[in-house]
Design a protein. Structure first.
Length: 284
């Protein structure tokens, strides 16, 4: 069984992107991502640390706009509007979910599509679902689903004609991922909490992608011999990180390949964010 680790994928992407960052710097452009964070959730801080490290390793920049929990809707919206206007900012990421009573939908809708590097607004989402771009709208997919594709490409997994089951239908991971897989000519089945006999549907897959947000949901009963598995889930159980797939399957099931948690898809996500930001800087 092969382990599809994220680190080599992220490293290869970062190396290619460093060349593009250097070329931009020679033209006087420093690719810069603005991160808007409200409060100090540990998840947000940890993701912020990871992406700052990734950007710095490629010579790109991150500007954090840290706002207090008391920030008003108007102040937050004004922050996004002013980042839209700033020429030296190429990408904007607003950490979600926003604390109540802030209205995340209104904030996400304000992000300029040209700077919407994690597909938070409807314009880029349209492109992902339609499978085509629009003039002046780059159509950046959300970073996590795109990270799954980067990982599969790196390990040479050809999706054409493959039966792929995606467990999860969230707007940020499962649904857009299913669309990206469809564009690569996979035959895609999407599962959710009302799916009947989840193990049987999973067993029909050549490739199983699990993004259900339920620790150890997928066990040996969900896997046919020779299947490949991408585990997008991230959980902390008793201080240990684990995914949506029970790690025991690596011993009990006869798999072709699996992504580890930690060290799988999560490691690639920040590299995709860098890729979209560099692309936005090149277009600017
Ligand atoms: P989410 O919004 O909670 O969505 C979970 C989806 O899974 C829902 O569509 C839900 O179905 C489905 N689901 C839940 N339990 C199920 C079950 N028992 N059987 C079948 N389907 C089930 O989660 P998310 O934001 O998409 O995130 C999913 C996971 O990915 C989380 O663990 C998250 O931490 C992780 N994540 C990882 C990264 C990364 O970079 N690696 C990035 C983002 C998220 P219903 O629609 O019917 O409720």
């Amino acid at each position: 069984m092969t382990e599809w680790r994220g680190a080599p994928v992220a490293k290869a992407l970062t190396e290619q992107l460093t060349l593009r960052v250097n070329a931009l710097k020679e033209k006087g452009v420093l690719p810069t991502l603005a991160v808007v964070r409200v409060g100090e959730r540990e998840d947000d801080l940890s993701y912020e640390r990871g992406l700052t490290k990734r950007f710095s390793s490629a010579g790109a920049a991150v500007r954090t706009v840290a706002l207090p929990l008391t920030v008003s809707q108007e102040e937050l919206e004004e922050t996004v509007r002013s980042l839209n206007e700033e020429e030296t900012i190429h990408g904007i990421l607003v950490f979600s979910p926003l604390p109540k009573p802030l209205d995340g939908d209104r904030v996400r809708a304000l992000i300029s599509p040209r700077k919407d590097v994690d597909c938070m607004g409807d314009d880029n989402a349209f492109c992902v679902y339609a499978g085509r771009g629009k003039p002046d709208i780059p159509g950046y997919p959300p970073c996590t689903p795109q990270a799954v594709l980067e990982l599969l490409d790196f390990y040479g997994y050809d999706l054409t004609g493959k039966n792929v089951t995606v467990v999860g239908r969230s707007a940020v991971v499962g649904k857009p991922l299913a669309m990206l897989l469809l564009q690569r000519n996979a035959t895609v089945t999407i599962c959710h909490t009302r799916t009947k006999d989840l193990p049987a549907v999973c067993r029909s897959a050549d490739l199983l992608v699990v993004c259900a947000g339920k620790a150890k949901l997928v066990g040996k009963d969900c896997l046919r011999d020779g299947a490949c598995v991408v585990d997008v889930g991230i959980h902390v159980i008793d201080g240990q990180l684990c995914g949506d797939v029970d790690p025991a399957v690596t011993e009990s099931a006869d798999l072709c390949a699996i992504t580890p948690v930690p060290g799988g898809v999560g490691a690639v996500t920040t590299a995709v964010l860098l890729k979209h930001t560099v692309d936005a800087a090149e277009r600017s």
